[in-house]
Design a protein around this ligand. Sequence first.
Ligand code: DQA
Length: 148
Amino acid sequence: MRDASSDVSILVMNGPNLSRLGKREPTIYGSQTLEDINSELAERFPMVAFEFFQSEFEGALLQKLFDIEDKGGFTGVVLNAGAFTHYSIALRDAISAITTPVIEVHLSNVHSREEFRHKSVISAVCKGVICGFGVKSYHLGVQALMER
Ligand code: DQA
C-alpha cells in the first residue's frame, strides 16, 4: 500500500494474538477485526502511505523493524506489540537499535487491567505511548507521527 507520491509513510505493526481481533475477548478489544482497523486507517488518512504487518512471532517483528529501517524513508511505526510489550527485551533492543520513531499503542487501558500489564519494557525506547482508546489509539498514533 506504499505510494511514492506520499510524504508520510507509516508502518502499522501488530504482535501476537492481534490477528484474532473481532473474535478475541470483544468486551475488552471490541468487535472490529484487524483488517477493519487497517482499512479504517487507510480511509481516515488517505495522504499516508501505509504498510501493515502482523505476526505471532517475536523474530518476525524484529526483522520487519530492521527491514523498514534499512529501506529508509519511513516516518515512523505505530506498534501494538500485544503481550510482547510486557516482557520482550529483544523487541525493546530492536526499537532502541533503529532511528525510525516508534509509537506504542494499545486498544485497552493496560493500567486498569491486571498488574502484569502495567509494566511495558518498550515504553522507554518509544517516542510515546497511547492506550485505552480502542481503535482510536491507532488513529492517535498516526496523528502523533504526522505532527512530529
Ligand atoms: C494489548 C494489551 C496487552 O496487554 C495484550 O497482551 C494484548 C493487547 C491491547 O491492545 O490492549 O494482546 O496490547
